[in-house]
Design a protein around this ligand. Structure first.
Ligand code: 4NP
Length: 155
């Protein structure tokens, strides 16, 4: 199996997509799978920052160390550099589709919740302006989806 390169994308790259990256990295290491992960935001306001402290704290309680630094999605590089580009919500997905003007990369664009088997959600909801429950829900959905995604890549 060739290396799979997966990019997780949200809005700010400080809450949802770094969590998806960290959870997926954890599963990949456990499985010894040949998958490389990264994350980015459709916006670049938080570029260079670590994940939101609230997100890191909730993730740490489940054993995930979120170490990545935020960066903006770069259409001139990222569409080619990754095999799969996984959006956290419908708005992120629409943004990526707009940037893929000719539709050349449409086959790479998916949504995280496509891979859920236990959670009924159709998006990973933005937790930024909410409370603890929102951060816990993000991890619940992402754990479900990351398991499904890894199974799909290993098929
Ligand atoms: P994320 O969450 O897209 O999951 O990283 C957000 C982070 C920052 C902002 C919004 C959402 N913000 O408005 O700065």
């Amino acid at each position: 199996m060739p290396t799979s390169r997966v990019l997780f994308v949200c809005l700010g790259n400080i809450c949802r997509s770094p969590t998806a990256e960290g959870v997926m990295q954890h599963l990949v290491e456990q499985a010894g799978a040949d998958v490389r992960v990264d994350s980015a935001g459709t916006g670049g306001w938080h570029a260079g920052e670590r994940a939101d402290p609230r997100m890191r704290e909730h993730a740490a309680k489940r054993g995930y160390d979120l170490t990545s630094r935020a960066r903006a999605f770069d259409r001139s590089v990222d569409f080619e550099a990754f095999d799969l580009i996984v959006a956290m919500d419908d708005s992120n997905l629409a943004n990526l589709r707009r940037q893929d003007r000719a539709g050349r990369y449409a086959h790479k664009l998916v949504k995280m919740t496509d891979y859920c088997s236990r959670h009924p959600h159709s998006e990973v909801p933005d937790p930024y302006y909410g409370g603890d429950q929102g951060f816990e829900l993000v991890i619940d959905i992402i754990e479900d989806a990351a398991g499904g995604l890894l199974a799909e890549l290993q098929r």
